[in-house]
Design a protein around this ligand. Structure first.
Ligand code: HMG
Ligand code: MG
Length: 310
């Protein structure tokens, strides 16, 4: 299979890809993917070398019916599933995760009032009352906590979102006791200079680039350019979804995440190590596209996938 020609001086850098296809990708599918297919998808992602795979969400099952099988999925994944992060919005979700022995959870806050209400049924300030005891109990139980902040680059209902507002909410979420804050461009409207400015604002507010991750959706075709801008700013953790699956059911106009294959192609071409086997990953996304009955939106999967089509 073709690989990118390596050019540049990136060989001394490595990045971590935080794979969200099984969670962010499958939460937005019209039909619910059978649990066994999800488990096989995750198993293939492990085989392809993805170091972190967010598996599912312990949210209210009627809010996200596509992930209502979280406990069954964990049973299928067995011991290795316990090291895969899962979303928990509240103490009820945490209790479900703790019962199954999960070791990494992620809370997900909103930088805007409207999305907080639509996604969490809570106001901007009220969300902290839900997250604070959740993070405290998770940390007391020895779990690692990631925090997401959504709508960092724009909101479908409120329009532009001031950088200061994003930094204030994001830092507040992180300071609850998270080890990492993932900056979400939930609806994919961000552009490169905006990414640079937001990361700079977080570092000026005292956060290290090693504490930040970026989470781009590709609605306007900017996700890879934005990832490159974040890389230039020193970010080393990138969220991406195999085949470019994804979107948030509670965010109008949100489409798929940055495709993991497209990110890997760019990074490998820059001589930056990811530990990912691109051929196995493309094969996985071709297989998953067949399960879903539609082609992957990833450019790299489109370019390289033919040899894996059945
Ligand atoms: P609510 O209706 O306000 O819940 O929903 P509540 O606290 O009032 O509780 C009502 C009932 O739900 C109670 O049961 C609870 O026990 C139960 P009852 O006493 O009436 O029998 N309940 C639960 N059951 C199972 N699991 C739970 C749970 N919580 C309560 N965890 C809630 C509030 C937060 C639960 C709801 O709004 C919700 O589940 N939201 C999740 C939405 C979601 O998952 N969105 C997608 C993920 S975010 C995203 O994709 C963005 C991201 O990718 C980053 C980016 O792109 O920006 C991360
Ligand atoms: Mg997302």
């Amino acid at each position: 299979m073709r690989t990118p020609q390596v050019a540049g001086a990136g060989a001394d850098r490595s990045v971590t890809i935080y794979e969200v296809g099984a969670r962010d990708g499958l939460q937005n599918e019209k039909t619910t993917v059978p649990t066994a297919i999800k488990a096989e998808f995750i198993g293939r992602l492990v085989e392809a070398g993805l170091p972190i795979i967010e598996a599912t969400s312990f949210v209210h099952p009627t809010w996200v019916p596509q992930l209502a099988d979280a406990a069954d999925l964990m049973e299928l994944l067995g011991e290795r599933g316990k090291d895969m992060p899962v979303l928990v919005p509240n103490e009820r979700g945490l209790e479900r995760a703790l019962k199954l022995g999960m070791r990494h959870v992620a809370i997900f806050g909103s930088a805007t009032e409207t999305f907080a209400r639509r996604n969490l049924n809570r106001g901007l300030d009220e969300q902290f009352a839900m997250f604070e005891p959740t993070v405290r109990r998770a940390r007391d139980a020895g779990l690692d906590v990631r925090a997401y902040v959504s709508m960092c680059f724009g909101d479908p209902w409120e329009g532009d979102v001031p950088i200061e507002q994003v930094v204030e909410v994001g830092k507040r979420l992180f300071d609850l006791g998270a080890s990492q804050l993932s900056l979400g461009d939930t609806i994919g409207v961000g552009t490169a200079n905006h990414v640079t400015a937001l990361i700079a604002a977080f570092t000026e507010a005292g956060m290290g680039v090693d504490q930040l991750a970026v989470h781009f959706h590709d609605t306007y075709g900017q996700a890879l350019a934005n990832a490159h801008a974040a890389l230039q700013s020193g970010i080393t953790t990138f969220d991406a979804s195999a085949g470019g699956l994804g979107g948030c059911p509670y965010a109008e106009s949100a489409t798929g995440n940055l495709a993991t294959e497209d990110l890997v192609w760019m990074l490998h071409g820059m001589g930056i190590d990811t530990g990912v086997d691109l051929a196995k990953l493309v094969e996985t996304s071709v297989w998953m596209a067949a399960q879903l009955g539609r082609p992957s939106p990833s450019r790299v999967v489109t370019a390289l996938g033919a040899e894996f089509a059945t």
